[in-house]
Ligand binder design. Structure first.
Ligand code: SF4
Length: 329
């Protein structure tokens, strides 16, 4: 049975993959090295309308850093308005903050365009790139502009306040201060999806196991993950990212109908036979060799197989997207 995503619940637009930071837990591998392109208003209107048609009642705008280009963000807010899509929140790391007065002015303007709620990231991972002073300045500016702040995750402030608020503090400083098991402590305190850069950050806490062990415990297929619409994303290239499987994509135009297996062979293989079928395919036909140190879970193995295919110039489909995601592995 072909993969089909026919209903949507809750999700967001990835406005850009570029970000001033390159946080070590980022699922989408955002960062300063990513292309600076930003979603245009016309595409955003189309994507919001499509999501609405398929049942999404509200969406968020994330990235990358959506506030890296406030004018383009205003375009996305206008697109949401035009498509009748309520915006739950816009995400920000606060890296753009320099001056309180300017920040209040900017946020007041964005508020008048529909930005009612701002998710501000507050984590030790972000603090490696953003001084706490900027994070707190962003929160205060948003409140002064009449925007509701959604702090993510406020309880980390206690740890972050142990350091100089005017400087950045790499994650290793947190490990030196709070113990080498700090990655495990973080995982106990918040839910973080293991994908993208998070594999490397949390591997010391979780361990890596040989491929045979990973395959032995894997489910028969990945249909449930690929059709999970509880936190979906669509990006600036017009792609839909199935589930939380970053680095996999299909055209948002193809939502609502069964995917063509010839156009989407990787997604079809994963949906029908899971990581075992994908691994068998890659080892038999594409000379894939698993790495000796093993993998955190089946998704890291999946990402490694996709990296291999990408390096071999897998041009049979557009499923391995964005190409930059793999270029950074
Ligand atoms: S193995 Fe691949 S397709 Fe399956 S859930 Fe993990 S990332 Fe997604």
């Amino acid at each position: 049975m072909s993969l089909c995503v026919s209903r949507l619940q809750s999700g967001g637009l990835i406005a850009t993959y570029q970000c001033q930071s390159a946080c070590p837990h980022c699922l989408y591998r955002g960062g300063p090295a990513r292309e600076g392109a930003y979603m245009d208003q016309g595409l955003a209107t189309t994507l919001f309308a499509k999501a609405r048609e398929l049942g999404a009642a509200a969406m968020h705008i994330g990235g990358g850093e959506p506030l890296s280009d406030p004018l383009s963000l205003a375009g996305l807010l206008a697109a949401a308005d035009e498509a009748g899509m309520p915006i739950e929140y816009v995400e920000t790391s606060g890296a753009w903050f320099t001056d309180a007065e300017e920040a209040v002015e900017l946020l007041t303007e964005l508020r008048s365009m529909g930005l009612a709620r701002l998710l501000v990231s507050i984590t030790p991972m972000h603090n490696g790139f953003i001084p706490l002073r900027k994070t707190l300045g962003t929160i205060e500016a948003a409140q002064a502009a009449g925007i509701v702040v959604f702090p993510w995750q406020e309880h980390f402030l206690e740890d972050m306040r142990a350091f100089d608020p005017d400087r950045t503090h790499p994650f290793r400083e947190y490990q030196e201060r709070f113990g080498q098991d700090y990655p495990a402590q973080v995982l106990r305190r918040i839910w973080i999806h293991l994908g993208g850069r998070a594999f490397d950050l949390f591997a010391p806490a979780l361990g890596r196991r040989p491929v045979a062990a990973i395959l032995a415990e894997a489910s028969a297929d990945c249909r449930a993950e690929l059709t999970d619409v509880g936190h979906f994303h669509m990006d600036l290239y017009g792609d839909y990212i199935p589930g939380l499987c970053s680095g996999l994509a299909f055209r948002a135009d193809d939502l609502g109908a069964p995917l063509d297996p010839e156009r989407y062979p990787i997604l079809t293989t994963l949906a029908e036979t899971g990581i075992r079928g994908f691994y068998d395919y890659a080892t038999a036909l594409e000379d894939y060799t698993p790495r000796p140190e093993g993998y955190v879970n089946k998704c890291e193995l999946c990402q490694d197989i996709r990296r291999h295919l990408s390096e071999r110039g897998w041009f049979e489909s557009t499923e391995l997207s964005p190409a930059e995601f793999y270029a950074m592995l």
